[in-house]
Design a protein around this ligand. Structure first.
Ligand SMILES: C[S@@+](CC[C@H](N)C(=O)[O-])C[C@H]1O[C@@H](n2cnc3c(N)ncnc32)[C@H](O)[C@@H]1O
Length: 181
């Protein structure tokens, strides 16, 4: 079962509501503030960035601000409710450099070698996201020299390093940064 199918079940709907409340909790903002974690990805003004699994937009707005007017952020989530929530946030913040997209990380439909950086924050490991398929798609769309940033640190780092797609470049503020192999 994929994420979208799960979200349409009764259990899935309850689970998603609980997750959304946790993701937007004051405690999370206080102890795991998005600004400090984003520093670990070293985003630069003018870059084109893809955020996988934007959820409630916890990282979306601060990431977009780091990119500035010349940069752009594609905030992608497979769930329509996430897309609606983040679109509302982006509009009320009057941010013009964000495109919120309903899409699947396993088949983003973005052009090959089209993004400077990819953020996968708070998304993996996830039972419904097969790593080989995900990493293959991330490698396809990332420009040569681009960075895949993953947070939080977990055993997925080993899976990524052992894959034929990415090599670890370094770690900062708990964010693991990878380059194309
Ligand atoms: C735990 S939430 C984290 C949200 C956000 N990154 C944060 O840290 O607050 C994971 C998000 O990934 C999304 N997701 C799961 N599978 C996905 C897929 N295949 N493609 C795009 N988004 C997906 C879910 O819908 C959910 O919004």
């Amino acid at each position: 079962m994929n994420t979208k199918a799960f979200a349409n079940t009764r259990v899935g709907q309850v689970f998603i509501r609980i997750m959304a409340a946790i993701m937007e909790s004051r405690l999370r903002y206080r102890f795991f503030g998005p600004g400090r974690i984003l520093q670990g990805a070293d985003l630069q003004p003018g870059q084109t960035v893809l955020e996988i699994g934007c959820g409630t937009g916890f990282f979306t707005l601060p990431a977009a601000r780091l990119l500035g007017d010349q940069g752009s952020l594609v905030a992608m989530d497979v769930l329509p409710m996430s897309v609606e929530a983040v679109t509302r946030k982006v509009q009320s913040a009057n941010l013009k450099n964000v495109r919120v997209v309903q899409g699947d990380a396993l088949n983003t439909k973005l052009a090959a070698k089209s993004v400077d950086a990819i953020l996968i924050f708070g998304v993996i490991p996830a039972p419904m996201l097969p790593m080989d398929q995900l990493l293959s798609e991330m490698q396809r769309i990332l420009k040569p020299g681009g960075t895949l940033s993953v947070w939080p640190p977990s055993w997925v780092q080993r899976t990524i390093v052992q894959s034929r797609y990415f090599a670890l470049r370094g770690k900062r503020h708990g964010v693991s940064n990878y380059e194309r192999s």
